[in-house]
Write a protein that binds this ligand. Sequence first.
Ligand SMILES: Cc1cc2nc3c(=O)[nH]c(=O)nc-3n(C[C@H](O)[C@H](O)[C@H](O)COP(=O)(O)OP(=O)(O)OC[C@H]3O[C@@H](n4cnc5c(N)ncnc54)[C@H](O)[C@@H]3O)c2cc1C
Length: 397
Amino acid sequence: MTDALDTLRQEVRLWLEGNAPQDWRDHCTTEEAFVDLQRSWFATLAKGGYAVPHWPAGWPGGGRGLAEQKVIYEEFARADTPRLLLSFMSTYHAASTLFEWGSEAQRQYYIPRILDGEIWCQGFSEPNAGSDLASLKTRAERQGDVYIVNGQKLWSTMGQFADKCLLLVRTSSEGAKQAGLTYLLLDLKAKGVTVRPIHQIHGDEEFAEVFLDNVEIPVTDRLGKEGQGWAVAQSTLSSERGLTLLELSARMRGALWRIGDLIRANGRDNDSGILRDFGRLATKVDAACAVADQFLANRIAGEERVGDASIVKLSYSRTLRGFTSLGLRIGGMDTQYHDPITFGGGMETGNWMADFMNSYAWTIAGGSDEVQRNIIAERLLGMPREPKSWTLKEAVA
Ligand SMILES: Cc1cc2nc3c(=O)[nH]c(=O)nc-3n(C[C@H](O)[C@H](O)[C@H](O)COP(=O)(O)OP(=O)(O)OC[C@H]3O[C@@H](n4cnc5c(N)ncnc54)[C@H](O)[C@@H]3O)c2cc1C
């Protein structure tokens, strides 16, 4: 640890002592309280300069190196601050796609609004287009200066609270499925948009479905060219599968003390089996952090390969499952129930049953584990492509 990083750690720690919300989990038991807390904590972080340390230099709040970002995220976890679930897509997915594909005018317009608290969601998945995303059917037809959009999106995380949506649509049915896609920025307040929250089995509503009925989107709100949507979407997915994982992994490392505390509180600190499992977990958490670090270093050096982000995501989702299941195991009876209102929580909150259940969401969100393995095998390792169903039928016949 260098002196500069030590100094930064002290600075962040001191700032958190005066600014981190206290007892937020006790108060954050309704949807309104969750939204209020998330908005006010984001505004406090933005004011303090800690909301978007991962943004490039030259943008307010950005320009922190990887090592500095890690220190900041570890201190957030240590101070037990809420994770920014509501603005996560805005500050990561939307911002990184805008930085990479936005015109100067689009960046200058949208990026400051994100820092002002505008909420974005992601509208990629559809009822029959999840893993096979290129099959999506939401249609956009150009009429002069606008696109007229019709269709349905599904599983848009936090969509019911969002102002804007990263929207992937079909503008052509000619040629390869991917070649007909276009990337638009949708104002969710526009005429013809209906957003409906999805009630989940555990009692929360973290997603929404979005219905689009003759919605007009100005051509100036297109990212990249018409037909280039697949390439633009890869940028969003790379953020989802790779970039965000620096924060999540660093926060997981910063939150290891929760398990340490639980071991002590439940009198298990002489249990060699538990201590061994804790040691193994700590090693895996360190390894997940190292994988995320390497990914980001490659990305910054312009050496990111297709499939690298999939390795980061797989490594994080598997480690997270180990983390939450150990907490659940040590926690005894107290951890065996699930309080339906987990808003304001996250994946490393110490609300172990909710965290454990949520850890499985990571095996699907942003592309399932099976699909990540396919990408690694085919695109990174150059192994033979999986047979399409018609090839299988022919082979069987
Ligand atoms: C917590 C969470 C948050 C999400 N947030 C968003 C969001 O904000 N915006 C958004 O657009 N979407 C979001 N999604 C949707 C997510 O991207 C899709 O659920 C995911 O891509 C899988 O698609 P599917 O649900 O249609 O399942 P399917 O594609 O129908 O897959 C079903 C099963 O088949 C397996 N499978 C499919 N194809 C293959 C294959 N070729 N080889 C091997 N196995 C295969 C899958 O791994 C899976 O186990 C979210 C999902 C979750 C769980």
